[in-house]
Structures are given as structure tokens and as C-alpha cells.
Ligand binder design. Sequence first.
Ligand SMILES: [Zn+2]
Length: 696
Amino acid sequence: MIEELYIIKRNGKREPFSADKIKNAIQKAFLSVNSFATKEVLTDILSRVQVHDGISVEEIQNQVEVSLMAERYYSVAKSYILYRQRHYEDREVKDKLNFLINYCNASNAATGSKYDANANVEKKNIATLIGELPKSNFIRLNRRMLCDRIKEMYGKELADKYIHLLNQHFIYKNDETSIANYCASITMYPWLLDGTKSIGGNSTRPKNLKSFCGGFVNMVFMVSSMLSGACATPEFLMYMDYFIRKDYGNDYFQHADKVVDLSSRQRSIDKVITDCFQQVIYSINQPSGARNYQSVFWNISYYDKYYFQSLFGEFRFPDGSVPTWESVSWLQKRFMRWFNEERTQAVLTFPVETMALLSKDGDIMDQEYADFTAEMYAAGHSFFTYVSDNADSLSSCCRLRNEIQDNGFSYTLGAGGVSTGSKSVLTINLNRCIQYEHRNNIPFLQFVEEVIDLMHKVQTAYNENLKYLQTQGMLPLFDSGYIAINRQYLTIGVNGLVEAAEYMGIPITDNDEYAKFVEDILGLIERYNKQYKTKELMFNCEMIPAENVGVKHAKWDREDGYKVPRDCYNSYFYVVEDENTNVIDKFRMHGKRYIEHLTGGSALHCNLEEHLSKEQYRHLLRVAAQEGCNYFTFNIPNTVCNDCGHIDKRYLHECPECHSQNLDYLTRVIGYMKRVSSFSQGRQEEAARRYYAKME
Ligand SMILES: [Zn+2]
């Protein structure tokens, strides 16, 4: 054997090859079965081992195994294999231990998380660590389950290709660290009828305002523990209004200052209601044990008059009564004003709120709600607005848009329109795919199309696994009607779209070339979404928020020599740090021309340095309606003083109370608001690069 051979160790380091190490290991294996390897025996075995420069330890050991068998030392071979397995297990424990130590040393929970950094976990502790440790096993289990199903449905070749595309980071399976389906917008009607018994709880149906509020919190915690993503309850305020009316009369909102609590507290109706808000909101923002100390990811909706009519026009409560718009409208406004105010008292991330507005002829139809929406933005409240020219879709989930399948009402399931969501998200890394095509002289979008086709098959296989879990009684949310398996989407996510266009030299502005590029790619995905649609399968396409994927893709692509213009891929059609894209441009670039094929949604995050006036926001609502920009929010970082705790709705550089400059900022990491210090390291750096525009 040549002396200058190098082998690759498990940690990737190179080391000079040593035949003695192999000899020692073989001798030990012989001794372990009370036998002895003579020089001749060792030479015979080693003569079968072919070592070349750059060979891995693993490969050498595989060859030793084969050689022992070939020389008919079966019991020695068995001992050698078991010895390797023990070492493998030791290494696995050691890896976990290293992870544990690194996690403890990380600056915060999101940075410490190896697999899916998430700013929703505010504090690192033993409970969050318990959640992190099994994540690698979940990933393996999920891949195995999915691959077995793909093999069964489409053959081994496709399963292998799926793993290849995952490992090469052409695609990314979101939430692979959880086994639950992704997110859901639920109908609470089954809870109104039967309480939580049908999903394994012990509470009976809510009967009054008090049992509604307490029961609601428990129900949301239970539902969320069976989802890996968000839980939206679009009926929350409508149901709450029903129970307030039951307790205090249909006209309660007309005399909300009336004292109804005869205890020494002498509370008015309004105070009773805001106390309920407080109970529900603070409870839901608690870290949740069932979710490894993440709080529940909770979304609610507000509606203008037309949206409300369209969604709940036929709705009947179990006692046959109907929702009343006047009181619901009052309650929506009361809640929003209260929540805006309360956010100066404490950092409250949830609910993520969406105002749904119907548009017509370039403006919002419901003038009252258009004005109110503008007023709330001007008052410093941060929430999303969904604008549609037809109440045929709803955005329930901080971005995720869903076509409303069936707006009918049923006495067992309630309003059909609200029950939707996404079963699973699988994302394509467009920047890598496009550059790969270019590098290998593959015609534009040929490889992308291949990947997209595979993604649909993978999602179809995922759905089969979900159906299997349901037949085994593992998915009570489906069985009891909170969500319906055929009303939930399989989502094709896109990431790296802007970066792919930049690579091709296309300017990221509102221009025909860029619009065509977007249309070509997203149109292609939509074609496949339609092609793979069946009675039980629906697909949509979403520009994913990519809280941690955006950072990962940029890192992996850079490591593999691809062109990477920024450390975190954009989740928008414009470049988030570009100072030349003004506010109106952004609305246009999230307008009809670009979002047309994004059936699963995207969100424009309009980052502003200062709050605008009510008139300016009202104008931007018109711009949104005219441009067909259907989902947006305004982000003005809120200032939190680390010294005195003061929270200010403005973006400040000094605390107005104690003049400290030791400040933290609250802003949206993606869809939800958190302290920037809770973001992962990569996201903190991205947040610092965001451009906050000024309006003239
Ligand atoms: Zn202060």
C-alpha cells in the first residue's frame, strides 16, 4: 500500500491512512468471539480491502465487513457489525449531547434551534429543549413514511428522486419536524353543539359568556396541539357577540356603560366585555405545554358588512337565532381598539388579525369600514387587510389565502366558508433550480417543471398518509367536523423567486420582463395545481414567509457556489432592502399582475419609518383596491424599553419615559410580531437590513 494515502474521517477531516487501525479493529473482533487472527489471516482479509485516496472511514468498514464474510469468518463479521452499530449509537448520543450544550449556549431559542428556528418561542428553557431534541428523529420518520408511500404509489425511482431533490436543496419540506398536518381555519360549530368531547376533551358546550371564554381558550389549545402551524377561528367575535347578547340582551352595545356587575367592582357591560378580551388574549399568548412552550399560533378575522353578509348570511345558531351585524360590528371595533391599547401594556403577539374588505370599482365598498380600517392603522395598530372584489376567498392565516369552496350553511358544521387551511407545504427553491438549469444548459423551466410535477406527486402521497391516519382515528379534528380533509389545500410554496430573476439579470421593478418571468413560473405551478386536482385533492401556490427557510436556502446555495444576492431570500415580489421601491410601487408589485397565480397567497409588508395619517392610509386602501393587491400590512417597528418596560407605537431611538437607549423593537419576523431579540441570528441580520420608507 502507498504511504501517502489520506482518508476522510466522519467529521470531514483528512487523516493519513493507517493499516494498523484496521488490523486492530479486526483483531478485536476475532478476540470478541474467543478466536485469534494470525498474520496470514489478517493479510488475506486486508488483501480484499481496496483503499484509495479520499476514501471514507465508512467505506473502509463496509469493505472489512464484506471481506470477513468472503473469508467465511461469519461470527467475527457479526461481532464486527454489532461493534460498528454500538459506535454509531454512541455517536448519535454524543451528537444529541453536543446539540444540548450548543442549545444552552445559544443567544436565544430561535438561534439555538437547528431545524426550524422560530421566534414564537420566547425563552429558552428545559421545556423548549425537550421540544428540540427529538426533531431530527421526526424528520427521519416523516421522510420514511412519505418515501414508503411514494414508492408504493409511483415506484422507488421517484422516492429516490424526492430524497435527492431534498438533499440538494431544490425543494424543502416545511414543518418536517412535526408529524401533524399544517394549519387550519376551523369552524367552531361542532364545539357549539357538543363542547370538546368529540376531540377528546371533557367540557360541555358553552352556555353563557363566561363558559364561552373559558371553553374557547381550552378548545384552541386542544386544536392547536393537533396542528403543526396556525389555528384560525374566523367566527370568534361573532360567537362572542352571540353569548354577550344572551347574557345582556340584543341591544347591549347601545348601553354598554350600564352597570351590570353588582359586586363591589360595579362593572359596566363594557368592562365585563373587555375583561373577557383580557382573559382570552392573555391566556392564548401563554407558552403552551403541548407545543413545547411555543404559544398557540392564533388568527382571527374582522369583516366589513358585505363580507359578513356573504359568509354568515345563512348562518343559524343552534337555537335557530341569527347573527346581528350591528352588534358584531360594534364588538369588532371594540376589540380592535382595546387590543391596540392593550399592546402598550404588554407584548401580545396573538391573535394575528385580518380585516376582510370587499372592493368595487377601485375602492372599498363599505365606506364605514374603510374609514375605520384607516383610522386603526393611523392609531398605530398593526394588522393585515385582505381586499377582494368577490367574497369568494378569505385569508385566514397571516397570509394564506383560500378559495371558499362552499359558502353554504349546515346545521352540523355551521358556515362552510370558514373551514379551510393547508394540510402540508412543500417549497421549491427557485433560485437554485433556475441557476441549475443555466449551468447545465437545460432549457428554461424544463427542470423546474420536472420538480413541480414531482412535488405534486409527493403531496398526493402525503395526502394518502393523512387519510391513513384518519382511518385509524388519529385525526379527531377531521372526524368531528372542525376541519374537512377535502377542504384543506396541499400547498406548493415558492421561495427565491426574486433572487432567480436577479440572477437572470431582470430588474426587480414593475416591468414587462419581470412580470412575464413571474407569470411563466407561477402560471406553470397553477397549471399543475389544476392538473392534479381531484375530488379529494386541492392544490394552491403560496409565496411562503420562509421564517427560517429563507435564511437556510441562501446559506446552502452560497455554499454550493450559486449566486446569492442576500443572506435571506425575500418573501415579497420586491427587494425588501431596496430604497428605490416606494410604497405605491410595492402595492403595484403585489398587485394583480404578479399575484394572479398565487392562489395560496402572499403578503405585502409595507415597512414604514413613521405612522401615516388616517387620510394617507385611506388613500392606500384605494391604491390596494385599484392595483388588486389583496393582502398587506404596515410595519412600523414599536419600541420597547429594556430598562423601564415602556412600549411605544413609534420607531424611536430613545425611550420617551426614561431616556434609555437600551431598546428592543417589536416588528413582524414574518406574519407575526415579536421582539427582534427573539428572532434567530439570521433573521435579526435580515431585519436590520429592511428598508423603512418615509411617505411624502
Ligand atoms: Zn424607558
